[in-house]
Design a protein around this ligand. Structure first.
Ligand code: FAD
Length: 488
């Protein structure tokens, strides 16, 4: 009996473990809803609800092929053990997972269990991330080649395995997770993912490049594929090839720039996850050792203000409240929210990074933690951006429409006064943003003066930095509307 273990690859199309296992003989597809995973501090009810959407769809899709997904609540090793006693597992098939420390430890335990029981575990690459990568040289070329191969069709049929109940997909309430209301949550699963892909490439993506930066337009103009990609409800290869087909047929110049930008973002997906794959401690430890002694403090008032959208900076509060209510916000605003927490509020990056992770329905540890570090200035190889919360609001929400939608107590204020109400008799923000930015800049600057800072940064660049245009240029870019520290 071949067992296919689904984790964050919730599809039957372009699923190599499933195809390889089915070519050998009978297959039992399984999904474990792991209480340990959902008890981790980066996990939340909204994430769980979205992946359970995908699990339910996958169960139905596999049932169509002949053998539904077996769903159980429990930890992986005891569940495999139970299954093995019942039907003698001959081999285990799955995709590799670049997850958080918890899934890494769980995979090590599953690996040990397989070895003890002489069960071969065949793991396959889920997208462009390479395990045990020796060097970043040639990485992007390899990514392009891998994404150009034809996606595998689903197996034609799976022989039913008698005597094993598929099991009901639990709800978040069944699992007893902390309540996590998210009225605007994006639905998980392949159907929603395919719809998003089609509507983005047909209609919504036309002005992606121009509209991705403002939270007013980004929710529609961005692809919104982060949820299906994080769950593997769509494969990266499928998305890359749909994009390539769209580019080949597009005669409309207005689309060209947007499709090119989108292509770059798809590379970034794997480029970032590769960092966590190469250095799992990025989740918990500043990449550049000089920053590991930063004295950021978990000031309760500041943390509470940031965590509830009550900082007093209207645009920041609008972004926070929108994120809390919908589980999504665009890239630039994610960067600003983390930067404000780390610089202006001087809060520990790991603490606010965990809170952002819980808010994101699309939480992907391999993108999240390298981005949190980058936006907190901890990598030693990126330009440090200390965003100006007032300027960001004026640039991205000039009429104040987004602020009025999410900060209703300011609904009556004019556009001229809305961005800085404290200058017109309104309530003051939790700290003065210019003073706080200066202080943060001085603290960060002082650390960068240390003796071997640059040598260590060069080594980090060699290990994690990109090698070609199209993936983020790590240094030397000045962005006029932010307080930028460029040290290079
Ligand atoms: C502090 C911080 C935390 C983040 N955490 C996550 C996370 O947990 N999960 C997540 O998917 N993205 C994360 N991002 C990256 C980015 O903000 C989201 O991928 C994007 O906003 C998702 O919306 P979309 O699918 O409409 O993106 P689009 O702009 O349509 O991009 C398409 C896809 O490209 C990839 N992508 C886009 N931007 C980036 C980027 N900057 N880095 C790496 N990949 C990218 C994603 O897979 C995305 O789905 C984070 C960014 C920051 C600054």
């Amino acid at each position: 009996m071949q067992v296919v273990w689904f984790k964050r690859d919730m599809r039957v199309v372009d699923h190599r473990p499933l195809v390889e296992a089915a070519a050998i003989g009978p297959v039992l597809p399984v999904y474990w809803v792991e209480p340990g995973l959902w008890a981790e501090p980066d996990a939340s009810g909204r994430q769980c609800a979205a992946i359970l959407d995908a699990v339910a769809e996958l169960q139905a899709d596999l049932a169509q092929l002949g053998q539904p997904l077996i769903v159980r609540v429990g930890e992986a090793v005891p569940l495999f053990q139970r299954l093995h006693r019942k039907l003698l597992i001959t081999a285990l098939f799955s995709h590799e997972e670049t997850g958080n420390g918890w899934t890494y430890a769980r995979d090590l335990a599953v690996g040990r269990w397989c070895r003890e029981h002489a069960i071969p575990w065949h793991e396959y690459r889920p997208f462009g991330v390479v395990r045990r990568l020796k060097s970043r040289d040639g990485w992007a070329k390899r990514w392009d080649a891998e994404m150009a191969t034809t996606p595998l069709p689903a197996p034609r049929a799976l022989a039913p395995v008698p005597g094993i109940e598929p099991g009901r997909v639990p709800t978040v309430e069944d699992l007893g997770l902390a309540p996590d209301p998210c009225p605007g949550r994006q639905r998980g699963g392949r159907r929603a993912g395919l719809q998003q892909l089609a509507s983005f490439l047909d209609v919504r993506g036309r002005d992606y490049r121009r509209q991705m930066s403002s939270p007013l337009t980004a929710a529609v103009a961005c692809s919104r594929l982060s949820v299906p990609l994080a769950h593997g409800a769509l494969s990266m290869r499928e998305v890359v090839q749909a994009l390539a087909a769209r580019r080949a047929e597009s005669r409309d110049g207005a689309w060209a720039g947007s499709l090119t930008s989108f292509d770059g973002r798809l590379h970034w997906h794997c480029h970032f996850i590769q960092k966590l794959e190469d250095d799992p401690l990025i989740e918990v430890r500043a990449l550049h050792p000089a920053y590991r002694s930063l004295d950021q403090v978990a000031d309760p008032a500041r943390l509470a203000a940031w965590s509830t959208g009550q900082t007093g900076w209207p645009f920041v509060d609008a972004c926070l409240r929108s994120l809390i209510a919908t589980g999504w916000i665009n890239f630039r605003m994610r960067a600003m929210l983390q930067a404000i927490a780390s610089y202006h509020l001087w809060l520990p990056w790991r603490l606010t990074g965990l809170q952002l992770a819980r808010w994101f329905t699309d939480y992907e540890p391999g993108i999240h933690w390298p981005q949190v570090q980058m936006q907190s200035g901890l990598t030693g190889i990126n330009t440090i951006r200390i965003y100006n919360p007032v300027k960001q609001g004026l640039d991205q929400d000039p009429t104040g429409a987004f602020i009025r939608r999410w900060v209703p107590e300011l609904a009556g204020w004019s556009a001229e006064r809305l961005h800085e109400p404290w200058r017109f008799g309104g309530p003051a923000p939790i700290v003065d943003h210019l003073d706080a930015a200066r202080l943060a800049r001085d603290r960060i600057w002082a650390i960068r003066q240390g003796g071997d800072f640059s040598d260590v940064a060069d080594a980090i660049q060699a290990k994690h930095g990109s090698r070609r245009a199209g993936v983020p240029v790590m240094t030397r870019r000045r962005v006029s509307n932010q307080l930028v520290l460029s040290f290079d």
